[in-house]
Structure formats: C-alpha cells, structure tokens
Ligand binder design. Structure first.
Ligand code: 6LW
Length: 515
C-alpha cells in the first residue's frame, strides 16, 4: 500500500485552498503580514508540492501598513483559489485594510491582476463558486452588529467585482464557535457547503451541510463533524479549514490545516501546516475526511501518482538575480533595505530605522521554520561603526516575541549579542567583544529549545546560549503565524551607514522531512 506523510507542506502554511486543472493541482495559503503574499504551489500528485512563487507580489496588491496594536496577525487571511474558463481566481481578505478582494491570472505563475475590491462585502474567508448556469457566488464569514454570525452568500459579477444580489445568511454551522472558512461545491445535484467551526485551535473541526439550491435551506450532515482531531492524542491537532478536490481518477481529497504540538505540550511553534487526507462518501452521500474523520501523520495514497519528493536544497548562496520564493519580508520592504546586486553573490541588507520591535518594516529577509529539529547558519560580513547599528539572525514569531543573535556597535565597540524579547520581558543573554568583519551565526532548533552559536570563519562553533521554543508558539505569542528565521538589520532609529552582507543561508534538517 502506498502512503504519504502529513503535513504535505510543513511550516506555517495555513488555510490551504486547492484546485485542479487537468493533471495539475495548484494550492494557495494564508500569509498574514509577510510579503510577497499568498504563496502558490504546484503538484502532480497532491503530496509533493513545489512553490511556483506568490500571487501578491506588488505593494499595490498588498498594502501592509499596520494600523493596530502589535502582536496580532493582520494582512492576508484565508484565500480561495479557483480555475474557471481559462482564468485562475484568488479571493481573500487583507485584514490590514479590512477589505475583501480578488485577483486573476491566466497562468498560476502570474502575472496576477491588480486587486478588484468587493464593495459591500465585509468579513473574512471569501470563497468563489461557479455554477453550471453561469452564475458566480461569493460565500464568506460574516455577522456584524446583531446579525447572526455564520456564512453569508451573494451573487457576484467577476468582471466588475460588483455584487449582483443582496447578501443572505445561509448557514450557522452546528453550534461550534467561529463558523467560518466556507467553500461551496456542486456534487451529484447537491450544493455542499463545507465550513470550519470550533476556532482554529484544539477544538477545530470541519462540518458540512447540503441543499438543492445555492441559498439553502441547508441541511446539516447528521454525522458532523467530518474531520476533527479534537480531544484525541494524535500527533496532528487542530485540524480544520478544509478544501475539497477531485482527482482525475474520480477519487476525492481534502487539504486542510493542522498543527504538530511540541511533544508533551499543548504548544506549537511551526504554525498551522498544510495537510492532506482522502475523502470517502457514505451511502447517504456525505463525505468523510481521513481515517473516519481523523487526520493521521500517514494516510493511504490510493491511486495518487505519488512521486519522489524533490531533494531538499539546504543552501542558498544568493547567486541568482532574484530571491527564491522561499524568502519573505516582514510587511512591505522599504526600498533600499535589501539587494542582491549591491554585492553580487551576497544578500545585502541595509538596516532601517525600524527595529524588530516596531510595527514598521525592518530590513528583514526570512523563511519559515519547517522542521522542529533543524539548524540554520549564515556567513555575515558587517562592520558597524555607528552606535546602535546591528545585523544578524532572528528567530521571529512577531514583534513582541523573538530571539536574536546579532553583531552590533555599542559603547564604541563592536560585539556579538544574544538577546530575547518575550512580551514585555527583554533580556540580554550574552555579550562578547567581536571585531572581525566576518562571522558565522547559527541557530540549532530542537523540540524544546533554540541554541545560538557563532564561529569565526574556519573556526569552531561557540555556543552563546539558548531560548525556549515554548515562548515562540501561537499559544504564547498570539497571532496566526509560525516561526520565521530571518536575516535582519536595523539602525535602531536611523538608517545604517554600514551594509550587512550575507554570503549564504544554510538550513539543515535534523529530522525526517515530514515527521
Ligand atoms: C482564517 C479563519 C481561520 O481566516 O483562521 O482556521 C483565520 N481558520 O478561517 C486566519 O487563518
């Protein structure tokens, strides 16, 4: 029996939405305040995914200026991806401006259109459904000012982005909190409305209802939820927010988010990850996801043409003209804050006034931590000679929760410093004088700690200290993201005179890729 392992896309890739075009599958996920936004992946087998790039690559598509207090994810919430009549549509919410919009493209690699904002449509988690009669429905999570919470729907004209009908409440779920994340499908003459309930934490679940007409009345599946790992001791928890797709052989599959708590804890640092499970249909015509409604680390792959995973490339030498799509900025990057051209073969960061603690955009190029056990290492050249200039490596959850190992210029001398911020608690863990321009900085992650080290090029690594993984978890730090490991620089209130150059970023897995 051929099997596959979950998560199929490890690391913070939540709220997956999938569509199939012939033998090709495409998938998008949420990206919150990271830029570019909405990573888009391609697969031939639903199991091995290759990132094509991002859907939202221009600031005009994704303004991320922060309006609210720190520590809470804004930006892009749950997107939906659909293909219709030669066009891909991606619809989502930008929480930084509280607007719903869609973009479209003829090719998944882009170029994607400018955003079409949907006036009169509020809330989150918008989804599109193309009916056989040519009508297009927008379905989303709403319920304001005394209205019942739940799923609302209207007809929409995708050429103009205008609503063609009144919005109507169509279902409130089965009584769980936060009925949200709807997707509508037409299967065998039924309209199926699948949603998430219970909140995106440990009570998360997927429920479904059906009707003969798009607006209902929706009849709830008597066997809801069709997926939930709540109240189990399974290694994958918080499963929910699913999307269905049918393979060419007629089999059905669901992608959904799940978390892998740190063993023996109820905390997770890698964010919500993209998982896959087979879907079965009961005789009464209701779908059941996974192992009788439970998601496992390993599932039967059925007839999926599962290929070999691509070899993991541990190292980026920054030799290309463009950054690989694995890299993201925190909010819209400030022009001049990064460059691959300034020193060819190196990534150059120029520290801005914004620090890691601000709601602006620091000079920051990072990638998701995708494995609980891994090691990252960079070779940095940085010669600060103005007070407060610093550059280094950060293990980042949000601006209130991060640990960093940096080279900085303080009190007239340059030093290596290890420090942490855990909410309002800030601490310097280690400080040593370090004058050489070049330094190797590294972090080794395991289930319970991040261990920081440095080395002189050609020298032995020296440990500077460690910090708990527990504080860099969603349960402690809030928000909807997972840990991002980044190179960064800051002038602590002004632009740095000295650039920081990174020769490579090495990311080594210390465990099997998907376990
Ligand atoms: C998303 C909502 C949810 O909009 O979390 O898990 C929110 N589900 O549907 C952010 O990811």
């Amino acid at each position: 029996m051929k099997t596959f392992k979950n998560p199929v896309i490890p690391g913070f890739y939540p709220d997956p939405s999938v569509c199939r075009v012939g033998g090709d599958y495409y998938l998008v996920t949420s990206s919150f305040e990271y830029f570019p936004g909405v990573p888009i992946f391609h697969s031939k087998d639903l199991v091995n995914w290759h990132q094509l790039g991002h859907v939202l690559t221009r600031e005009s598509q994704l303004p991320l200026a922060r309006r609210h207090r720190p520590g809470f994810s804004q930006g892009i919430f749950a997107p939906t991806l659909r293909y219709h009549n030669g066009r891909f549509y991606m619809i989502t919410t930008n929480m930084s401006i509280s607007k719903n919009f869609f973009v479209w493209a003829e090719w998944p690699e882009g170029p994607w259109s400018d955003p079409v904002y949907i006036e009169g449509w509020e809330g989150i988690d918008p989804s599109l459904f193309f009916d056989d009669d040519g009508k297009v429905y927008i379905t989303g999570t709403q319920g304001f000012q005394g209205e019942p919470e739940g799923i609302y729907q209207a007809e929409i004209d995708l050429e103009t982005g205008k609503l063609l009908s009144e919005r109507r409440w169509i279902w409130g779920g089965t009584g769980g909190s936060y009925p949200e994340g709807p997707h509508l499908y037409k299967i065998n003459g039924w309209y199926y409305l699948m949603i998430a309930e219970g909140g995106t934490e440990y009570g998360h679940m997927v429920t479904i209802a059906r009707s003969r007409t798009p607006y209902g009345p929706y009849e709830s599946n008597p066997n809801n939820p069709i997926l939930s790992n709540r109240s189990t001791s399974k290694p994958i928890q918080a499963t929910g927010h699913a999307d269905l797709v049918q393979a060419e052989d007629g089999s059905w599959w669901a992608v959904f988010l799940g978390i892998r708590p740190i063993p023996f804890t109820k905390r997770h640092n890698l964010g919500r990850e993209t998982c896959l499970a087979p879907v079965w249909w009961t005789e009464e015509g209701w779908p059941v996801i996974g192992n009788n409604g439970k998601a496992e680390l390993e599932h039967d792959a059925g007839n999926l043409p599962v290929g070999e995973p691509a070899a993991w490339n541990p190292r980026d030498d920054f030799d290309g003209q463009e950054l690989s799509p694995v890299w993201v900025f925190y909010r819209n990057p400030t022009p001049g804050s990064w460059s691959l051209a300034e020193r060819p073969g190196w990534l150059t960061l120029r520290g801005q006034a914004a620090t890691l603690n601000d709601t602006g955009s620091p000079a920051f190029v990072g990638r998701r931590q995708q494995h609980r056990n891994c090691e990252i290492m960079v070779l940095m050249e940085f010669e600060p000679y103005e007070e407060g200039e610093e550059a280094g490596l950060v293990v980042f959850m949000n601006e209130l929760f991060h640990y960093e190992i940096v080279k900085t210029f303080e009190g007239g001398t340059s030093k290596l410093v290890l420090r942490r911020r855990v909410g309002s608690m800030r601490q310097t863990d280690a400080e040593i004088e370090y004058k050489d321009p070049a330094v190797i900085l590294g972090v080794k992650a395991d289930d319970y700690s991040y261990t920081f080290f440095y080395a002189r090029p050609g020298g032995e690594p020296v440990e500077l200290g460690e910090g708990e993984t527990a504080f860099l978890t969603s349960e402690v730090a809030n928000g909807f993201t997972g840990v991002v490991m980044a190179m960064y620089a800051t002038g602590n209130g002004k632009t740095c005179r000295s650039p920081a150059h990174f020769d490579y970023f090495h990311y080594r897995q210390l465990e099997e890729r998907t376990v």
